[in-house]
Ligand binder design. Structure first.
Ligand code: BV8
Length: 232
């Protein structure tokens, strides 16, 4: 793909599906046994903090037990070798991109292995549980919540994401259904910056019509093949 210097890659739950982490909207998806508003909203947390803490304690354990797959490894290779600008914007709260070796990663919806203190606003790397209400390592208050962006909350580092989209020559979306905003709107922003747009997904998504090209299949096959093309 000649003339491509700046790349923005958006990833969703589909890229971690083959690492054994459940997606959201599949038949066995997370939203099958939990009402989004109960476990992934500030209102739900106020209403029943134990339910929410238990939900994310289990997600955190699954993330720690999971391993990166060939799709994560291929993006880490691209990140290592690409001299132009590259930003992996992930909606995922797992750390599989980083564990595969990728560096230029931005978690727009937060991280499972991070706890946020509502008393002193500090954030702490967290691999244990939060259900029992442990004290904040900084202020001692039992005011820790998962460092996750819930529905109705503003995603993280949006200004950096918009700036990268405005400079992108190529926008690639991997393993996402295009159901949740503002992430689902990035393809339109990239197109208005005259970037080429490519979708790699198991099935067509809600935003497929916006992409110049859609390739269907498992990420563990599509992503290494695409990275091979880019690194030639
Ligand atoms: C906000 C963290 C405002 C939690 C998440 C405009 C129109 C309509 C609604 C809205 C709008 N703007 C805002 C909204 C409201 C809302 C929204 O979008 N609602 C939807 C449901 C309509 N958005 C928000 O609330 C956002 N905040 O707008 O704030 C604001 C403004 C100013 C000031 C203050 C506030 C915040 C949204 C973030 C919520 N948090 N995650 C957690 O993880 O528990 S969202 C969560 O769901 C994920 O992070 C992700 O974003 C989304 C799930 O989507 P996917 O990752 O795509 O997963 P899914 O299962 O859906 O699809 C998987 C795909 O992979 C499928 O296509 C499948 O085919 C494919 N696949 C499966 N296996 C494979 C594969 N592909 C390849 N290989 C495989 N092996």
């Amino acid at each position: 793909m000649d003339g491509i210097r700046n790349i923005v890659i958006l990833t969703g739950a589909g890229i971690s599906a083959e690492s054994g982490l459940r997606t959201f909207r599949a038949d066995d998806g997370l939203w099958e046994d939990h009402r989004v508003e109960d476990v992934a909203s500030p209102q739900g947390f106020r209403r029943d903090p134990e339910l929410v803490q238990r939900f994310y304690d289990a997600r955190r354990e699954n993330v720690i037990a999971a391993q990166p797959n060939p799709a994560h490894a291929a993006l880490a290779r691209l990140d290592e070798a690409w001299e132009g600008e590259l930003l992996i914007v992930t909606q995922n709260i797992d750390d599989l991109h980083e564990r595969a070796g990728a560096r230029r990663v931005l978690h727009m919806h937060g991280e499972a292995l991070s706890a946020w203190c509502l008393a002193c606003d500090a954030r702490h790397r967290w691999t244990g549980t939060l259900l029992e209400g442990p004290p904040c390592p900084a202020c001692g208050e039992a005011a820790l919540r998962p460092d996750i962006v819930w529905f109705g909350e503003m995603p993280y580092r949006m200004d950096e994401i918009f700036a990268a989209l405005a400079r992108a020559d190529l926008f690639v979306s991997i393993g996402t259904s295009g159901a949740v905003y503002p992430a689902a709107g990035f393809v339109q922003q990239a197109k208005s910056a005259r970037a080429r747009t490519l979708e790699l997904n198991l099935e067509r998504s809600q935003g497929s019509a916006w992409f110049d090209e859609t390739r269907l299949g498992p990420a563990s096959e599509l992503v290494p093949a695409w990275v091979e093309e880019m690194l030639g």
